[in-house]
Design a binder for this molecule. Structure first.
Ligand SMILES: O=C(O)CCC(=O)C(=O)O
Ligand SMILES: [Fe+2]
Length: 389
């Protein structure tokens, strides 16, 4: 059996069935899975070098000018998900058709009708301001931890991205932002996680901020539930059985980040709040305050400033969907510069499959004359390639 076949076989193991074996806990299955993951990780190192899921790296003077001074007035579409969530007849098909169109053209949209209470979102921003207003020493007391490649806690400024494959320009200055991140409690590794893995603490919390943890976790749960409801929609878009994606999302990845950008007076010189990049997740749900700063690369190649719209979340598709759909869907380039006089706050929620999910070209995205462009890769390995650690 070749490496890939073995990995496919390992990934598709039915753990519900396997758990019926009295010796499941000590069974070699876990060892096999580990072997499969290691082999896959080794290969991932070369995958990034041959096919770049981010698309063209834009690094010339003209491209930088377009990023720094957005002048596009092209439309960012709106997706109203209510007809699907309410179970209206034909609602799923109607919403999926619009989602498909958006994902092949712009890759960013305002999500309306999402059912996350406005007061929860307002409270989340209030908690973010509270946290970021703490004295630096108190914030630094909340360490940055890395559990199974998922990072939580406080980060003063962005990590050194020299080894990473996040940015789409070279030599970007360190990003001007700080953040607090929280990951899914219980972990996101998938069926191959051991009991010990499952029990590991995933998050660190500030002391003396009563209510902070509850609000952050409450929003995390709400937005994860919303994100999971997208999976049958994606299956509809891609003409797959409605439960097609279930096995990839046993323990979904969900990283929530409370981002804080100080004002930035000088534009240019490769200095950004967040340098131009694509997101690596399957999709990202962004709660925005009313302070602009995010700009998105539109179909014309010009960039557009994205204003916040009350009652909506801004959503974009990421690198996982590009690989899964063999380039049918976009992972659109974007960046942030806070040119305002006031601090800017935003809250992205990065949503993806379990770490051990094998991302390989979907059966409906390949065929005669359309070979898969990307090699299969686990989500954990794709993350490793992206972050360089
Ligand atoms: O703050 C924003 O508006 C966007 C943040 C973002 O692009 C990211 O965290 O990947
Ligand atoms: Fe992003």
């Amino acid at each position: 059996m070749g490496k890939l076949e073995m990995e496919r076989c390992l990934f598709s193991l039915d753990h519900t069935e396997l758990k019926r074996y009295p010796n499941y806990g000590t069974l070699r299955v876990r060892e096999w899975l580990q072997v499969g993951l290691v082999l896959e990780q080794e290969r991932a190192m070369s995958v990034g070098a041959t096919v770049d899921v981010r698309g063209a790296i834009l690094d010339d003077e003209e491209s930088l000018r377009l990023m720094d001074f957005p002048d596009s007035t092209e439309e960012i579409p709106t997706l109203d998900i209510a007809p699907y969530l309410s179970g209206a007849p034909g609602g799923r098909e109607q919403v999926a058709a619009k989602l498909h169109e958006i994902s092949t053209t712009v890759g960013f949209f305002y999500l309306k009708g999402h059912n996350i209470p406005e007061d929860l979102i307002a409270n989340l921003f209030a908690q973010s301001r509270r946290f970021h207003s703490l004295p630096e020493a108190e914030k630094k007391a909340v360490p940055r931890i890395n559990v199974d490649s998922f990072k939580s806690g406080y980060q003063e400024s962005y990590e050194d991205r020299a080894k990473a494959n996040v940015n789409i320009i070279s030599d970007a200055k360190p990003n001007k932002l700080s953040k607090f991140s929280a990951n899914r409690e219980g972990g996101s590794g998938g069926a191959s996680m051991s009991e010990a893995d499952r029990a590991k603490p995933r998050n660190v919390w500030p002391e003396n901020l009563p209510g902070f943890k509850d609000v952050v976790l409450d929003y995390h749960r709400s937005v994860e539930a919303l994100a999971c409801q997208f999976m049958p929609l994606w299956a509809t878009c891609l003409k797959l059985p409605l439960d097609f994606f279930d096995k990839y999302f046993l323990t979904p990845h969900g990283t929530l980040s409370l981002l804080h950008y100080p004002p930035q007076k000088e534009i240019g010189n490769r200095q950004y709040g967040i340098a131009p990049h694509t997101d690596n997740a399957l999709m990202v749900f962004l709660a925005q305050s009313n302070v602009p700063g995010l700009a998105v690369r539109m179909p014309s190649g010009h960039w557009r400033l994205v204003e916040g719209r009350p009652g909506t979340l801004l959503v974009n598709t990421g690198n996982v969907l590009v690989r899964w759909t063999n380039n049918t869907y976009l992972s659109t380039k974007h960046r942030v510069i806070n040119t305002n006089d006031v601090d800017r706050y935003s809250v992205p929620f990065f949503f993806g499959p379990s770490g051990d999910a094998l991302i390989e070209c979907l059966p409906t995205c390949t065929g005669e004359g359309r070979p898969p462009l990307y090699e299969p890769i686990t989500y954990a390995s794709l993350r490793q390639w992206y972050y360089g650690d």
